[in-house]
Ligand binder design. Structure first.
Ligand SMILES: Cc1cc2nc3c(=O)[nH]c(=O)nc-3n(C[C@H](O)[C@H](O)[C@H](O)COP(=O)(O)OP(=O)(O)OC[C@H]3O[C@@H](n4cnc5c(N)ncnc54)[C@H](O)[C@@H]3O)c2cc1C
Ligand SMILES: C=Cc1c2[nH]c(c1C)Cc1[nH]c(c(CCC(=O)O)c1C)Cc1[nH]c(c(C)c1CCC(=O)O)Cc1[nH]c(c(C)c1C=C)C2
Length: 449
């Protein structure tokens, strides 16, 4: 069910694509989905099932957008180190070869405590410089968040587990750290492995995925879809639940809630204070997403985009070079360059003030000024679109795992027929949220689906 005022008449939440009448596509949320691992295979299997395989746009690991990612530090773009030579040489903005930090990492003692901030973990194992620049930028480029508050255990479980099981990131990544989930790959996922895909999109944008799911559910004739009907209240009843929607009441024997944690908390019975409190305490951040189109081929570099550490500019998270990796989404006539400037995140309020008060003009002016200063583009954009994505990325702060455990144990102890899925709990990527839905259904049916 879709509620928020800007997303009124559509399903799909943050999977949101603008298709211009001339064929150009602009993404206001995710733009690339990772094919790898169990969660990646699971999504590709669903793409197969939906009959969308013919619309897939893959990017391989050898593509420039996979190899080249940049950092903007001290007023300059720096290509992020990659491959063996990137480890052996000193690559600015870092002051020494990364190999030195990585080699020493093996000798660093395991941390104490059951969670730690990402900044503290990286400082301890790899040094302060990598924490201040690399971890800081990575957290802004995935969670739009602050690495000094984000949880290592919940945000980067692969690296957290590497230290837990092998005492070292390097050893854990080389030797593996515990059993990993496996989802049998279907034809598309097998193709992604064979062709070494790094990410993918769809020819009419990522929103084709929820659109296709909606069509498939409608055609099945077995599912009721309520559009523009917010869940107002959920109350227990003799047969399970009564769900009070804006357009009526429905009964359910089990609820799989994919609502953002805060929205769910305000719909629950007020007597469930511990669960409501935990849900409310999951913070989110707001991101300003500014899509820009320029005439001609105007980029001085080619790659995925660049990230900006908080020490350089607190309000600017990074710039995505969309037309480099999905040129199929460019307008069909004449050369053009599509960029997305992402701003705010954990620093939104501090830099721009209250999201409801900031003007689109101000954000557009800041975005075009950044493109001109960072990329030397002197012409104005030929098209632009500003979207203020309110509360769009949940923040898994230190101790998040305990909060999630405590909510699930409250649900179990009180025998509530309720499953929590979606980006507030077990991962924010598109793959993670789809997989969380599958896991909830499997637990409910007690078997592999
Ligand atoms: C700018 C941006 C860039 C991103 N980039 C990437 C990327 O490159 N790759 C990637 O994998 N992920 C990316 N993500 C993350 C990913 O898109 C999201 O985490 C994911 O789509 C969240 O899905 P969800 O279904 O959990 O939540 P949402 O998309 O938030 O869906 C929740 C739905 O619930 C509805 N709702 C809310 N309240 C109520 C209510 N009371 N009643 C009924 N309905 C309600 C909302 O309208 C919405 O439709 C990005 C996110 C953003 C914002
Ligand atoms: C500048 C801000 C942002 C950019 N993308 C996002 C923000 C907030 C959001 C985002 N990006 C990714 C994910 C999913 C994570 C996953 O587990 O798949 C989300 C929620 C993908 C991603 N983007 C970057 C990295 C390192 C990742 C992880 C997966 C991968 O390695 O591909 C880096 C990055 N993000 C942005 C830019 C400009 C950039 C690097 C140059 C934009």
């Amino acid at each position: 069910v879709n509620k928020s005022s800007i997303l009124d008449s559509r399903f799909g939440g943050w999977l949101w694509s603008t298709r211009r009448s001339d064929g150009a596509v602009f993404e206001h949320g995710p733009r690339g989905i990772r094919p790898a691992g169990a969660v990646g295979h699971n999504t590709l299997n669903m793409v197969d099932d939906l009959g969308l395989a013919g619309e897939i746009l893959p990017i391989t690991h050898s593509h420039a957008a996979s190899k080249n990612r940049y950092l903007y530090v001290n007023g300059q773009l720096h290509r992020m180190p990659s491959g063996i030579s990137g480890l052996l040489r000193r690559v600015p903005p870092f002051s020494r070869p990364l190999l030195l930090s990585v080699a020493k990492e093996i000798l660093v003692k395991k941390g104490v405590g059951d969670d730690e901030s990402i900044h503290s973990f990286v400082s301890r194992r790899l040094g302060k410089e990598l924490a201040d620049i690399a971890a800081d930028s990575l957290c802004r480029g995935v969670f739009a968040g602050d690495c000094r508050k984000l949880s290592m255990r919940s945000c980067l479980p692969l690296f957290y587990n590497a230290e837990q099981h092998r005492g070292s990131l390097l050893l854990g990544l080389m030797l593996g750290s515990g059993p990993s989930l496996v989802v049998p790959p279907g034809p598309l996922a097998q193709r992604s492995v064979k062709e070494s895909w790094a990410q993918w999109s769809l020819s009419r944008g990522v929103e084709s995925l929820p659109e296709s799911i909606t069509n498939s559910l409608q055609q099945s004739g077995t599912v009721q879809l309520h559009r523009e009907a917010a869940v107002k209240q959920i109350s227990p009843s003799a047969s399970g639940w009564k769900i009070h929607l804006e357009d009526g009441v429905i009964s359910a024997d089990h609820i799989i809630s994919a609502l953002p944690a805060k929205a769910l908390s305000s719909a629950l019975p007020s007597t469930w204070i511990p669960l409501i409190q935990e849900l409310q305490d999951i913070s989110t951040v707001t991101v300003a997403v500014v899509n820009l189109e320029y005439d001609g081929s105007i980029l001085p570099v080619t790659g995925f985009g660049h990230l900006v550490p908080s020490s350089e500019d607190r309000g600017l998270l990074g710039v995505v070079y969309d037309s480099v990796f999905f040129p199929q989404h460019n307008r069909p006539t004449g050369q053009s360059t599509r960029l997305t400037v992402m701003m705010g995140g954990a620093w939104f309020q501090e830099v721009f003030g209250a999201p409801e008060a900031v003007t689109e003009e101000l954000l557009l002016a800041k975005a075009t000024e950044i493109v001109s200063r960072h990329l030397g583009v002197t012409i104005p954009p030929s098209w632009s679109r500003v979207a203020i994505q309110r509360d769009c990325i949940p923040q898994y702060y230190q101790g998040h795992f305990r909060r999630v455990e405590s909510m699930r144990s409250f649900i179990k102890k009180n025998s509530l027929s309720l499953s929590l899925v979606g980006s507030s709990y077990d991962g924010v990527s598109v793959n993670d949220v789809i997989f969380s839905g599958r896991t909830a259904v499997e637990e409910l049916l007690g078997s592999g689906v």
